[in-house]
Design a binder for this molecule. Structure first.
Ligand code: APR
Ligand code: ZN
Ligand code: ZN
Length: 392
């Protein structure tokens, strides 16, 4: 098969050829990513090859990179699932996108034909839903990435997307076309963090005007919940975070009250009950910590309060609830990708973002060249960034 190297910036027609380009490869849990040349195969049947323009790092990349979930350990691997790009070429049978289209990668795909995709009450997809244990393409169980040296070692995929690469191959169920007029850089946020948070408030909780909300963990995901709740007219939005700096950015994004659990010995749920006369209508867990999940549960109003879980928890762990506690009427539900069906509903959300329904700029706290990806990981680990955009 013909090979074209883009390492020195040469371009031209690359369709049907193997592309050699740069990617950030993870060789082992917690090891710094290595920017190196990789081979990217052409897209096969119902696949799409995308040139990534911008990518950013979400906490899920961080957890996977650290190897916190033992079932995810496949190396070498290309992480990354929050990005925006341009279709370079499409495989046999792909009709919904074409070369040149601006697209958002979807870690939670939408095949459109499975029973879940046909059900309006879920955004799960039985074929290409989010699955951190999956590390190859579903068509043939193989990777489309290999090392550029003569060993041609397979490099595994991550979350259907693997965006820490100049080019990546995705199933066509895992890309959605967006308006070419949309501000491409900011659209990166819609690929995970912003959609996950705003959608959890709008689609999963369906926050009503005047309702009260508590958000645990004010990273990009939690703050996107705050934006979603603010846009819906929530009367009180309580932010809880152990990092005191988060109160400053939180106040810019709809947080009305801030609680740092480390500031007093009083349990956080008791404080929330005081502020809200008995508990919030909705609480959101955006940390991935079981104790926090329990506090979020106890912070809602008895009888109908709902806790929405967004944080990713390491395995093997079980819910910290006694089954009888659910007879109180409090509910716990999880939200994946904000409940959005990616291909059918994200274009409308992108339009709402362009119209200014939710703020975008505040979420992009840093920008770095792709080569500095390890610095971007550090910024997130240190709690200094919400999203650091990497230009590839
Ligand atoms: N109590 C309250 N806040 C906490 C606690 C705690 N015990 N521990 C950590 N936090 C805060 C951090 O200070 C940080 O502000 O949670 C926030 C997490 O934010 P990020 O690391 O920026 O993560 P984000 O990308 O927003 O993702 C949050 O959602 O999608 C999932 O896997 C993702 O589990 C992660 C969560
Ligand atoms: Zn994410
Ligand atoms: Zn499906």
């Amino acid at each position: 098969m013909e090979v074209v190297s883009l390492v020195n910036g040469c371009s031209g027609n690359t369709a049907g050829k193997v592309i050699i380009c740069k990617a950030a490869v993870a060789w082992g849990p917690g090891e710094p990513l290595v920017i190196e040349q990789v081979r990217v195969d052409p897209p096969q049947k119902m696949e799409v090859r995308v040139k990534i323009l911008f990518t950013s790092i979400c906490h899920t990349d961080l957890s996977a990179w650290k190897g916190e979930n033992e079932s995810q350990r496949a190396y070498p691997r290309i992480f990354g699932h929050e990005a925006v790009g341009i279709v370079e070429s499409v495989g046999e049978g792909v009709t919904e996108v074409a070369a040149g289209d601006h697209v958002i990668p979807l870690f939670n795909g939408e095949c459109g034909v499975c029973r879940c995709c046909k059900n309006p009450n879920t955004n799960s997809c039985e074929k290409l839903g989010v699955d951190p244990t999956k590390s190859t393409m579903i068509l043939d169980g193989k990777t489309r990435f290999t090392t550029a040296d003569e060993r041609r070692q397979p490099i595994y995929h991550f979350l259907n997307t693997s965006t820490f690469s100049e080019f990546t191959v995705l199933d066509s169920a895992c890309v959605v076309k967006i308006d070419s007029e949309a501000p491409i850089k900011k659209m990166t946020l819609l690929s995970c963090g912003l959609s996950t948070g705003v959608g959890a408030a709008w689609n999963t909780a369906n926050v009503e005007a005047g309702s009260t909300v508590a958000i645990f963990g004010l990273g990009a995901v939690g703050l996107a919940v705050a934006e979603g709740a603010r846009a819906r007219g929530a009367s009180k939005i309580i932010g809880v975070d152990v990092n005191p700096q988060k109160s400053i950015i939180g106040k810019q994004l709809g947080i009305t009250d801030f609680i740092n659990p480390r500031d007093s010995d009083k349990p956080v749920h008791e404080k929330i009950m005081e502020i809200t006369d008995g508990g919030v209508d909705y609480s959101f867990e955006c940390v991935g910590n079981l104790e926090v999940l329990r506090t979020a549960f106890l912070s809602t109003y008895i009888g109908y309060g709902t806790t929405i879980m967004l944080g990713i928890h390491t395995s093997p762990k079980l819910l910290p609830l006694h089954p009888m506690e659910l007879f109180s009427g409090r509910k716990v539900v999880a939200s994946v990708f904000g409940g959005f069906k990616g291909r059918t509903q994200l274009p409308h959300f992108a339009k709402q973002c362009m119209e200014g329904v939710v703020k975008l700029d505040e979420f992009i706290t840093h920008e770095l060249p792709f080569d500095k990806i390890n610095d971007a990981f550090q910024l997130l680990m240190d709690g200094k960034s919400l999203r650091c955009l990497l230009q590839i």
